[in-house]
Design a protein around this ligand. Structure first.
Ligand code: COA
Length: 321
C-alpha cells in the first residue's frame, strides 16, 4: 500500500507585511530582499497561533477529502513553533477538529518537517497500522526570529498547509528519500530553555533563530539536486517525466539553481515565495494546496516534493497524483 493525497488545505494569518513596511522598521529595502530572495511580503500572526493556523488548514483538507474527523487514525503536525512545549500542537489540533480516534504527535525537522512527516505516514500506511492520516505543516516563525537581525527576519513568514492521506494500491507516494547531517546543526539553530534545576541554576534567556545564510545556501544548492536525483532513481523516473517540482520556498535563487542543475525549465518549479516567504514546515503543503486549488494538478501528474532545513535535514519524494 502507498499513501495517496486525497485532500489539501492552507491557511495564512490575516496580516501581511510587505518589504516596504519592513524598511520602515529596519535598515533594509524592497530591492535588497526581492533581488536576493524573491520575497515581496510575508504573513505575520497577530491573533493567530500555530494551533489555529494548523486547524484552519486541516479543516479545509478534511472537507476536500470527504473524510470525517473521526475517520483519521493518525495526525502529525510538522512544526518547530509549537504554542506549548507540551502537549504537542498535534494533540491540540486533534481536540479542535474532533479527530477523537487519531494518535497525534509533532515532528521537529524544521523546513524538512513535512517531508519527514510524509515519510512517517507512508511507513505507517505501508505497515497496515493506520489507513487515514492527516499531515499538517504549521509555523509561527515570527515568534522565533530575531527582529533586530535583518539578515534572517526578512526571510520568514507564518502559515499552515495540510494534506489528508489514505491507503492506495497504486500511485500516491511511490518513493522517498530523507537525510540528516547533525554534525552541522549550528549552521541554523535556535537555542531552547537552559537548565535551572537546583544543582545547576544556569541563567540564560531563550534564544532566537541564528543562521549562517551563506552556508545554508551552499548546502541547499548542493544537497537538493542530489536528493532529487536519488529519489528519481528509486522511482525509476527521469527528470523529464516529472510534471512539477515543488521545492521548499526558502529562496528563489536556490530554486533557480536546482532547476539549472537538473536541466529542467523553471516553469516546472512553481513558486509562492514572493507572497508567503519561508514558512518552514508549512511551505511545501501550502504550495501543494494552492496548486491543487488552482486546478494545476491532474490525475497521473508526477510530482517531486523536496526540501531542506535546520538539522541539517533534507528530503524528497515522488507523488503520483
Ligand atoms: N537588507 C539589506 N541588507 C542586508 C540585509 C537586509 N535584509 N541582510 C543582510 N544585508 C547585508 C549584509 O549586512 C551584507 O552587508 P555588507 O556587505 O556591508 O557586510 C550584505 O547585505 C550581503 O550579505 P550576505 O549575507 O553576503 O548576503 P547574501 O547574498 O549571502 O544573501 C541571504 C543573504 C540570507 C539572503 C542568503 O545567504 C540566503 O538566502 N541563504 C539561505 C538562507 C535560507 O534559505 N535559510 C532557510 C533555510 S530553510
Amino acid at each position: 500500500m502507498n499513501a495517496k493525497i486525497i485532500g489539501t488545505g492552507w491557511q495564512l494569518p490575516a496580516y501581511a507585511a510587505d518589504n516596504d513596511y519592513l524598511s520602515t522598521i529596519m535598515d533594509t529595502s524592497d530591492e535588497w530582499i526581492a533581488e536576493r530572495t524573491g520575497i515581496r511580503k510575508r504573513y505575520l500572526a497577530k491573533k493567530e497561533t500555530t494551533t489555529s493556523l494548523a486547524t484552519g488548514a486541516a479543516q479545509k483538507a478534511l472537507e476536500a477529502s470527504g473524510l470525517q474527523p473521526e475517520q483519521i487514525d493518525l495526525l502529525i503536525v510538522a512544526t518547530i513553533t509549537s504554542d506549548t512545549e507540551t502537549p504537542s500542537t498535534a494533540c491540540r489540533v486533534q481536540a479542535e477538529l474532533g479527530a477523537v480516534n487519531a494518535v497525534a504527535f509533532d515532528i521537529n525537522a524544521a523546513c524538512s518537517g513535512f517531508l519527514y512527516a510524509l515519510h512517517t505516514a507512508d511507513a505507517f500506511i505501508k505497515s497496515g497500522i493506520y489507513k487515514n492520516v492527516l499531515l499538517i505543516g504549521a509555523e509561527t516563525l515570527s515568534k522565533l526570529v530575531d527582529w533586530t537581525d535583518r539578515s534572517t527576519c526578512v526571510l520568514f513568514g507564518d502559515g499552515a498547509g495540510a494534506a489528508v492521506l489514505t491507503a492506495t494500491e497504486k500511485g500516491g507516494v511511490t518513493a522517498q528519500v530523507t537525510g540528516c547531517d547533525g554534525s552541522r546543526w549550528e549552521v541554523l539553530s535556535c537555542r531552547g530553555r537552559s537548565n535551572h534545576n537546583p544543582v545547576c541554576r544556569e541563567e540564560s534567556e531563550l534564544g532566537y533563530l541564528q543562521m549562517n545564510g551563506q552556508e545554508v545556501f551552499k548546502f541547499a544548492v548542493k544537497t537538493v539536486p542530489l536528493c532529487i536525483e536519488d529519489v528519481l532513481k528509486k522511482a525509476d523516473l527521469s527528470a523529464e517525466e516529472v510534471t512539477w517540482f515543488l521545492l521548499h520556498q526558502a529562496n528563489k535563487r536556490i530554486i533557480q539553481s536546482v532547476a539549472k542543475r537538473l536541466r529542467q525549465p523553471e516553469e516546472k518549479f512553481p513558486m509562492n515565495i514572493d507572497q508567503c516567504a519561508n514558512t518552514s514546515a508549512a511551505s511545501l503543503p501550502i504550495l501543494l494546496a494552492q496548486m491543487n486549488e488552482q486546478g494545476k494538478l491532474h490525475s497521473g501528474d508526477r510530482l517531486i516534493l523536496s526540501g531542506f532545513g535546520a538539522g541539517l535535514t533534507w528530503g524528497a519524494c515522488v507523488v503520483e497524483w
